[in-house]
Design a protein around this ligand. Structure first.
Ligand code: ADP
Ligand code: MG
Length: 631
């Protein structure tokens, strides 16, 4: 007997109907879109067969036919004629204010200083980096929809591992503007590791070496039972293939007897020469040997001459740059407390890792062959596509969990300007962590919460992320309220903080979308600071804590005296007054925590009998927990 299948109204009778999902590598120089087709991840080409979309958008002045723009190759084709309206490297501006953008003045267009995020002045008006990125994403979305002749369900988009909240949020905003549902943002190195199927191993520690057009990133990943963790990141946000182009150009001009000329060349001439150097550099990677010379003819400086280089010459002219990448690798390994021998695989990512000299140097450093058989331009997009496929449920076998870590600790301000760390740095996300706090003063009905980021013990040394208030706490004795503060970080690394008074349920929360981000150098700087100042911080913290304890003791004693001084004899009262005066005196002059603690202890002991008597009167009170400043 045949079994009839009946489907719910509105549901597909075909259990294998697939949702169209893609992975997108939104790169500084190039962007790509990839999808899993017939079980294999592949990059999707445009109508002309090109998979790499230059991350460039040119804005045209509004005319009678409307305002137009060109994206990708069309934008780059006209860049030299119209540099001021051709936005390139916009990724460097995402989620940043102007002064946070490295070498902002050497960008070929005008970056405006605006609160929240820098913007770009173009012939079609002021554009935000989010809008520019949205143009690139929309182009890739169109490509995917044309390829599959279907609507795009969603995408996994990659971001550098060091991207902070503001940069990740800006990326999500750009996707939303392009009409793309973001299933998840994942870190670029994690995507590369997935593309190589490293997640199929049971465990391992991997280095991902990503040398692109303008940036160098090194990430150390650890895989445990199918779970990736980023254990360290490092690199140089101002070191990439462009620097190799410049170094090669300098060397070639030197040999052509035009060494000083480039300094006074026009911007267009310089850009033309740089492109030419880039062509020679790329051609040399494929040269059959070290000594084959590649040359091009230049018309510049009122003359026509020829420049040339061999692979050996390229390697020599750029050896200092490759050495810098290895310096950053060494530092990341040190941060992760790992030895070269601990690394089970090295993944090469980014177009610049095609250079044989770079590969040799990295292989030498790690003492092992590198993973290079996937196209280094495509590997990040391919991994993102595999991840998207998995999230969409298109791949029923195999569960892959992705874990990333937050780069800096998160916490809130407590009494005395101290930081109570709630989410320690390197916590894997998504994460939710809570801690209970209480009120500092009798009858306190509101709390000011101040969310901070950083490794230092004093609020003044950390970065302020957000402030919010919890109001409507019913008046209670100090220490009686139970306020649970919860930090939630979603899979994309975005933070929300909530505070709830447990007894009454009054609640307040905030989404932290910091108006501007930290650069990776700043993060590195803040971490460095916290290591070098840990000792001083501990002492400062001890003093502040001792002061907070002393103040609390004085406050509690004063309010007890006010309520129940009739329990004391005159002598007892004098003794307590004396101890209080002594503590106040110490607070004025002391620089050592131990002095304050000794005096606080004396007052506590001196009031023990009094406290016992009050207990008998049935006015016991809890004085526990940490207190948040009163408003
Ligand atoms: P990003 O991730 O920054 O967008 P890519 O990974 O696309 O950058 O890398 C772009 C860089 O790779 C450019 O500097 C380009 O010159 C360089 N590149 C591409 N192919 C080669 C090659 N065959 N040899 C050397 N460098 C190359
Ligand atoms: Mg890249």
């Amino acid at each position: 007997m045949a079994l009839l299948q009946i489907s719910e109204p509105g549901q597909s009778p075909d259990p294998h109907q697939r949702r169209v999902v893609v992975g997108i590598d939104l790169g500084t120089t190039h962007s790509l879109v990839a999808a899993v087709r017939h079980g294999v991840a592949e990059c999707l080409p445009d109508a002309a067969g090109r998979v790499m979309l230059p991350s460039a958008v040119r804005y045209l002045a509004p005319s009678s036919s409307g305002s137009g723009r060109q994206v990708g190759d069309a934008a780059l084709a006209n860049q030299l004629q119209d540099p001021a309206n051709t936005v390139v490297s916009v990724k460097r501006l995402m989620g940043r204010v102007r002064h946070e953008v490295a070498h902002v003045d050497s960008l070929p267009y005008t970056v405006l200083d605006r609160p929240g995020m820098a913007t770009i002045a173009t012939a079609a008006g002021e554009k935000t980096p989010v809008e520019v990125s949205a143009e690139i994403l929309a182009t890739l979305r169109q490509r995917a929809e044309d390829t599959f002749d279907d609507d795009l369900f969603g995408a996994v988009i990659t971001v550098p591992a060091y991207f902070d909240d503001a940069q990740r949020q800006a990326t999500k905003d750009a996707a939303q503007m392009a009409g793309i549902h973001v299933m998840r943002l994942i870190n670029e190195p994690t995507a590369a590791a997935i593309a190589y199927g490293l997640d199929n191993q049971s465990a391992g520690t991997f280095a991902v070496f990503d040398l692109g057009g303008g940036t160098f990133d090194i990430s150390i990943l650890r895989l445990t039972e199918g779970v990736f963790e980023v254990v360290a990141t490092g690199g140089d946000s101002a070191l990439g293939g462009d620097d190799y182009d410049r170094a090669l150009l300098d060397a070639m001009l030197q040999r052509a007897g035009k060494g000083n000329w480039v300094a006074h060349a026009s911007a267009v001439e310089r850009a033309t020469l740089q492109r030419l150097a880039r062509r020679i550099k790329e051609a040399l990677s494929d040269a059959p040997n070290d000594d084959l010379s590649v040359s091009e003819t230049v018309t510049a400086d009122g003359a026509t001459f020829s420049v040339s280089a061999t692979r050996r010459e390229l390697a020599e002219a750029t050896a200092h740059l490759t050495a810098r990448t290895l310096g950053a690798v060494r530092k990341a390994m040190h941060d992760a407390q790992l030895d070269r021998a601990d690394i089970d695989g090295v993944v090469m990512v980014g177009g610049s890792t095609r250079m044989p000299a770079v590969r040799e140097a990295v292989a030498d450093f790690f003492g092992q062959p590198l993973l290079t058989n996937l196209n280094p331009d495509e590997v990040v997009a391919l991994g993102a596509a595999l991840q998207a496929n998995q999230l969409a449920g298109n791949n029923p076998d195999g569960e892959l969990l992705l874990l990333d870590v937050i780069p800096l600790s998160l916490g809130i301000e407590t009494m005395g300007g101290l930081v109570e760390r709630i989410v320690p740095r390197n916590t894997t996300i998504p994460a939710a962590l809570a801690q209970d706090f209480t009120t500092y003063q009798d009858g306190q009905t509101a709390l000011a919460l101040h969310v901070v980021q950083g490794e230092r013990d004093l609020v003044a040394d950390c970065r302020s992320l957000a402030r919010f208030e919890l109001r409507g706490i019913p008046p209670m004795a100090a220490g009686a309220a139970r306020i649970r503060v919860t930090f939630t970080i979603d899979a994309d690394g975005l933070l929300s903080v909530s505070a709830k008074e447990q007894g009454t349920g009054v609640e307040a929360s905030i989404e932290v979308k910091p108006s501007y981000g930290l650069s990776d150098e700043e993060i590195a700087h803040m971490l460095q600071d916290s290591f070098t100042t840990a000792q001083a911080d501990m002492q400062a913290r001890a003093v502040v804590e001792a002061r907070v304890d002393a103040d609390r003791m004085l406050l509690a004693t004063r309010s007890a005296l006010k309520a129940d001084s009739d329990l004391l004899t005159t002598d007892e009262r004098t003794a307590i007054d004396h101890l209080m005066a002594q503590l106040e005196q110490v607070l004025e002059t002391a620089t050592q925590a131990a002095d304050i603690e000794a005096s606080t202890k004396a007052l506590a002991q001196g009031t023990e009998a009094f406290a016992a008597q009050r207990m008998n009167r049935g006015i016991g009170r809890a004085l526990a927990g940490r207190r948040i400043d009163t408003m």
